[in-house]
Ligand binder design. Structure first.
Ligand code: FE
Ligand code: ZN
Ligand code: FE
Length: 202
């Protein structure tokens, strides 16, 4: 559908965002299942719940405009999700796979942030203050999710770094020291038990 006014473009963007959220709702469970780190799967699970509310928010905005929320296919999100899913599926090492899941999820969040930032600005320009506020709320949630993923990446990517080092005992010592230095107050990750128990391909 070609938009010939800012109003039409706004509605098109909302539909695109709605479809993007629907795609994310479908894709997240697979990433959650693929995640080794419980903290990562918890964070993704939490964002799945938030995502459902975000989709409802967009639907409500369209409803108030008397516009159908359905009708757009977000090809961009389709590509972002496809690329991320394929990447994650190919990786056998669990730590490296967690790093890939975070990388894929952060691309999703950034793509959403671009869309919601634009939609929020359009809503403000068009005088839809309530809608602008709702879109801003979602934008903040996406930023929060992105930040949480950055924090997890900082923790988990160091584990992925150890892959291929070979000497497990030494790697374990370095890891324990790093944990003690960087995160003294945080409880031990539950992945510790899992990663200790898993098979390591030498
Ligand atoms: Fe979202
Ligand atoms: Zn799109
Ligand atoms: Fe999101």
């Amino acid at each position: 559908m070609a938009a010939n006014s800012l109003q039409e473009l706004y509605v098109e963007q909302l539909r695109d965002l709605y479809d993007a959220e629907q795609q994310i709702i479908k894709a997240l469970p697979r990433l959650i299942e693929a995640a080794q780190s419980e903290e990562l799967s918890d964070a993704l699970n939490e964002h799945l719940e938030v995502t459902r509310k975000q989709a409802e928010r967009v639907a409500k905005i369209c409803q108030e405009l008397d516009e159908d929320v359905k009708g757009e296919k977000c090809k961009g999100m389709e590509g972002v999700i496809k690329e991320g899913s394929e990447l994650v599926e190919e990786i056998e090492d669990e730590d490296v796979r967690d790093a890939a899941i975070i990388a894929a999820a952060q691309r999703v969040e950034h793509y959403e942030m671009a869309g919601y930032g634009t939609a929020r600005t359009f809503a403000t320009l068009l005088g839809y203050d309530d809608a602008a506020q709702m879109l801003e709320e979602t934008l903040d949630e996406e930023k929060e999710a992105d930040q949480k993923l950055s924090e997890l990446a900082e923790q988990l990517n160091s584990e992925a770094m150890e892959e291929g080092e070979g000497d497990e005992e030494e790697a374990g010592t370095e890891e324990a020291e790093a944990d003690a230095e960087e995160t003294p107050a945080k409880p031990k990750r539950s992945t510790r038990a899992k990663s200790g128990a898993r098979k390591r391909v030498a």
